[in-house]
Every structure is written in structure tokens, then in C-alpha cells.
Design a protein around this ligand. Structure first.
Ligand SMILES: NC(=O)c1ccc[n+]([C@@H]2O[C@H](COP(=O)([O-])OP(=O)(O)OC[C@H]3O[C@@H](n4cnc5c(N)ncnc54)[C@H](O)[C@@H]3O)[C@@H](O)[C@H]2O)c1
Ligand SMILES: [Zn+2]
Length: 367
């Protein structure tokens, strides 16, 4: 079995360092691995209605074999349940079971379950140990790394939350085998993002391995996840509270969030909107003479090769442009863009003229 471990060090933030283990079949070792970082008589596990029937029994058996009494809570699957009502229901289950400060809370699922269970772990009895078991490519390479946890509010996505770092992340890539292909593609959008902002060789790796990745071939998937986790972990270690360099992870997201917002979060998945957003940002960088057309074409070709969208003829450019100003990351009404300078490097750019931004969006309706 190919498995690998990446350590995230956060000298200024508890728990100071934690391991991210990646490989096929790790779920069976969950109990022993949790016990090593969070020994206690009881543990909590949260999953959703899609993931629980597939993996909750294996996870629970592994935890019980390691001596835990396991308290389960299954949330309804889907972003629309990532809200305070669900948080409250999860809290009810665990608080009435009398969890204590040492009780570990395990998230078994995609980014929705991770964000929700992490928020419960951050707040229940003022904070309990948190373990992430991401079961989507997106949550393995993105959501489970970095300690951001939370829920959505009627006023907007991810408006409620905290920073609560996990004690351990365990990505069993065998679980990706049951993911719809569309979910793998969405995870790949974030991988392409990492490659463009930080690692040109990762872009080559993805380009060279598209069929193996889409087929979840274990060795290829393990390396893909490990390489992406290493990038996100390094950026998070540099900037755990998103004050500076961590903003680079928003490449494609200023445009992407606006597109999702205008579509009212239906029709396009987040990763698909980010793919379009990266193309718009790339074209903006080119128009501002910050990037070159050869690199931009390579990125677009790869986005197309993995099966993500590269154009959206029906996009309402004016509405989307207006929506960009409502993003929670806008400061003082000013847009900030992450623009590549070459594949493997990007910069944060302010004071971009509005017509250039609009034109970058408009290109998405033509291609
Ligand atoms: N905290 C962060 O830093 C961060 C970063 C990126 C994204 N996010 C959040 O993550 C969420 C998106 O994550 P996601 O894409 O994993 O969404 P998700 O959790 O909704 O999972 C996608 C779908 O796949 C199903 N699923 C999960 N694992 C499965 C498996 N192994 N087999 C079959 N089906 C499975 C889920 O039930 C769901 O229907 C968003 O809420 C986003 O805000 C958080
Ligand atoms: Zn994203």
C-alpha cells in the first residue's frame, strides 16, 4: 500500500503540528491513529446521509476496536444543510451524551461535513480535539487543511466560523472510488489552482495523469493529494489566519464566487465556477501584461482536458461584475485579484481598472 504523511507545523497556533496521512485503506487504521493523538473513553463522529451508508460502519468498527465508545450523528447531505440549525442538532447529540474537553470529534465526509463538525469541535465545551477524514478530493486537498471551520448564513456562504486546527487528517483515497466523476473534476479545479499559484511541476503531473486521476488509480491519487496538501499546508503554515500570502489561494475565486452567487448556487458546482474564474483571472493577467499567452493556453487546455468548463455563453456579465463587490473578501469596496505571473507564481493585485475586469468576464461568454 502506498501511504504518505505530511506534517503541518504551526509554531504559533495549537496544536503546533499535526500530520496529514494519505493513502488507500487508511480508514481501517482510524481507531489506532485517533488514539495516538486524542486518547479518551468516548469519541464523536459526524457524517452525512451519502457517506454514512458507505463508510460509517468501517470507521466505527475501527474506533471501537481501539476502545472508544462511539457517538454518531448523521447530517443530511448537501451545502444547504451547512447552517446553524444543523450545528445545533449536532451539538444536541454530543452535549447530551456528555462529551468532555478530551473527547475527539471526527468528521467523516466532504467539505460540508468537515466545516460543520469542525465548527462543533471549535465551540462545544469551548473546543475539543478535531480529526478530519475527508472523503472527497476537494476536501482532501483543500477544505480539510488549514483549520477554517464554519457554516453558511442566509446572508452568505461561510459567514459564520472559526479557526480550529485538526489534530490529524486522514485521507483514505480509496473512498474517492464512490465519488461521482463530477466531484473529482471539482477537486481538480483546486489542484490546478495550487499548481498555477505555486508549482509548475504539479501542472505537468496533472496533465500527464488525467486518465489515472479520473480513475482514482491509488498511487497517482496518493501523489496528487500529497502534492496538493503540501502546497496548501506550506501556505497555511506561513499565514495561519489569512493575513497575507494565504490570499493567493483565492486565485479564480473572486470571479468564481461572483458567478456562483449570480447563479444562486445552482447549476454550476464550486469547482466549475472556480475553473471559469481562473480563466477570467488568467485573461485579466494577460490583458494587464502580467502573464503570457502560452502559459494561459496551457492552463485552459488542462482545465478542458479534465472536463471542467472553459466558457459560459449565458453568463450575465453586468450582474456578475456587480456581484464581485459583495464578496466577503472585498475590503473598502476595492477588488483584489490573484493574478499569475507565470505557472507556479502569482501576485495579489489591487486597483485593476473596472473595464478590464468586465472584459475578462465577457471573454467567458465568447470562447
Ligand atoms: N474550510 C475550508 O478551508 C474550505 C475550503 C474549501 C471548501 N470548503 C467547503 O467545502 C464544501 C465543499 O466540499 P465538497 O466538495 O467535499 O462538498 P460535500 O461535502 O457537499 O461533498 C460533495 C458530495 O459528495 C458526497 N460524498 C462525499 N464523499 C463521498 C464519497 N466518498 N462517495 C460518494 N459520495 C460522497 C457528499 O455527500 C456530497 O453530496 C463547501 O461547503 C465549501 O465551503 C471549505
Ligand atoms: Zn475553492
Amino acid at each position: 500500500m502506498t501511504a504518505t504523511t505530511i506534517t503541518v507545523s504551526l509554531p504559533a497556533v495549537p496544536p503546533a503540528a499535526y500530520g496529514i496521512r494519505i493513502g488507500a485503506g487508511l480508514l481501517e487504521q482510524l481507531g489506532a491513529l485517533v488514539r495516538a493523538v486524542a486518547p479518551a473513553p468516548t469519541c464523536g463522529i459526524v457524517s452525512d446521509t451519502n457517506v454514512a451508508p458507505l463508510y460509517l460502519a468501517i470507521a466505527t468498527q475501527a474506533l471501537e476496536a481501539a476502545g472508544y465508545r462511539v457517538i454518531q450523528h448523521i447530517v443530511p447531505a448537501g451545502e444547504k444543510f451547512k447552517n446553524l440549525q444543523t450545528v445545533s442538532a449536532v451539538l444536541d447529540t454530543f452535549l447530551s451524551a456528555r462529551i468532555e474537553r478530551a473527547t475527539p470529534m471526527i468528521a467523516l465526509g466532504g467539505g460540508v461535513v468537515g466545516d460543520l463538525a469542525g465548527f462543533v469541535a471549535a465551540t462545544a465545551v469551548r473546543g475539543i480535539p478535531f480529526i478530519q477524514v475527508p472523503t472527497t478530493l476537494l476536501s482532501a486537498v483543500d477544505a480539510s487543511v488549514g483549520g477554517k471551520v464554519g457554516a453558511d448564513h442566509a446572508a452568505g456562504k461561510n459567514l459564520i466560523g472559526a479557526f480550529h486546527q485538526p489534530r490529524l487528517v486522514l485521507a483514505d483515497i480509496a473512498t474517492f472510488g464512490t465519488l461521482p466523476a463530477r466531484e473529482i473534476r471539482c477537486g481538480l479545479a483546486e489542484c490546478i489552482k495550487h499548481a498555477v499559484i505555486r508549482d509548475a511541476s504539479l501542472l505537468d503531473f496533472i496533465a500527464d495523469n488525467v486518465p489515472a486521476i479520473l480513475a482514482c488509480q491509488p498511487e497517482t491519487m496518493t501523489s496528487l493529494v500529497a502534492r496538493n496538501v503540501a502546497i496548501k499546508a506550506a501556505i497555511v503554515a506561513e499565514d495561519p489566519f489569512e493575513r497575507a500570502v494565504r490570499a493567493l489561494l483565492n486565485f479564480g475565486h473572486t470571479f468564481g464566487h461572483a458567478i456562483e452567487n449570480v447563479l444562486e448556487y445552482s447549476g454550476l458546482q464550486h469547482g466549475e465556477a472556480v475553473a471559469l474564474g481562473m480563466i477570467a483571472a488568467g485573461r485579466l493577467a494577460l490583458a494587464l501584461k502580467r502573464w503570457n499567452d502560452k502559459d494561459l493556453e496551457r492552463m485552459i487546455e488542462l482545465i478542458a482536458a479534465v472536463g471542467l468548463p472553459t466558457a459560459m455563453p449565458q453568463l450575465d456579465v453586468d450582474k456578475t461584475f456587480a456581484a464581485m463587490f459583495t464578496d466577503k473578501k472585498v475590503r473598502g469596496g476595492k477588488l483584489r485579484f490573484v493574478l499569475p505571473t507565470r505557472i507556479g507564481n502569482a501576485e495579489i493585485v489591487e486597483n485593476v481598472p473596472d473595464p478590464a475586469v468586465r472584459e475578462a468576464l465577457a471573454t467567458l461568454t465568447r470562447a
